[in-house]
Design a protein around this ligand. Sequence first.
Ligand code: HAM
Length: 419
Amino acid sequence: MDERYSRLRGFLDLYGDDVFLFNLIEDTFIKYTKAYGFEEIKLPILERTELFVRSIGEGSDIVAKEMFSFEDKGGRKVTMRPEGTAGVVRAILENNLFSNPKYHKVYYIGPMFRAERPQAGRLRQFHQIGVEWFGSDSVIVDFETISLLWNILLDLKISPKVDLVINSVGCDECVHKYKDDLKVFFDKNYENFCKDCKTRREKNVLRIFDCKNHSCQNILKEAPKITDKLCKNCVTHLESLENWLSKASIPFLVDPHLVRGLDYYTRNVFEVRYRGIGAQNAIAGGGRYNNLVSEFGGPNIPAFGFAMGVERTILALKENITVPEELSVAVCSISPNEAEFSLKVASLIRSKGLKTHVLSYLDGIGKQMKTASKIGVKFAIIVGEDEVKEEKVTLKNMATGEQKKLPLTSLAETILTNP
Ligand code: HAM
């Protein structure tokens, strides 16, 4: 292919096993979100840039350097969504959905865009499936949402290989005190921090924890911990979550340096890390954001949510799941005279739900059989002059080579009971 038309870096084509695993993740996610009472919401990919700047924060890596933003023909600054939460809050406010408790719990599935430096597990277009729950500051909401995610991980059989890491980033009151402490710590080590961290110190000092630079990460090991600055209410909130998780036998770790890469969080936050897919091992993350709705001009409504990265979860599943072979068949005809009968056979077995390829459009039975084998069908159904006369077909098991003649009436059942 001419290089000029090649795929952009960080944008993936998904096919084969990847698509099977993508659908498995999506189906499992939908099964549990529905069971927990969430409603689906489908939102635009393009939003006003300001929506993300205001919510994710100017000092975040996402807003500072990773957004796909441009001016549209009307001169508006627009951005391809880097995440789902901001758009959900906008949509709920704009459509007045807060008036109906049915829409206080929503889920979404779709592509997100971040202009990050591509590497294994870090893409420029990736997919998130996420939930947002509005209306309560109760820790039961935090617990229920995390337990929903845990059930998905259990069902996908990856829960034994993940670490659920939790922390609290405090409320306005405690985060304020913590930021002061962090600035003092930063200034003591000022010369040793990278240029980006110096900018982060000015915009939002919490964001220094997002730095990927090894020497900055080393200094940060000694940084003060937010958990030492939490107010009584925030401590209780975190401890209650720990209690609920323990009671439900959901294993977790507390990481006092977990602050998440987006500015809107308050109180309890969490991440799920899969052990064994390299540096980009966060397969899901989320937390509480009690101020975002009011920051967008809405009422004072607390919220909690998370998003799971589909492509990273696919990497984790590949280590654990063997993709099952799909049952499919091919109908082949010896000569063009039997094409009509082969179409009739195909429509009969398709009506029983069998995945069926009609190969009669290819010249010659040899070519048809070769194609059937390349596609990987389990059975070939061969139709010749005799078969048409007798209203029968020859069924060939592609693995064993075994052939038998069958009446149309028992064809589908024979295939379905001999996978
Ligand atoms: P986030 O941690 O930025 O949170 O993203 C959630 C997940 O999306 C990550 O754990 C990861 O699996 C996946 N992800 C993020 N960036 C990339 C990338 N460049 N390539 C591949 N996968 C990626 C949020 O987006 C929040 N909106 C989550 C949330 C919902 N918080 C509250 N509600």
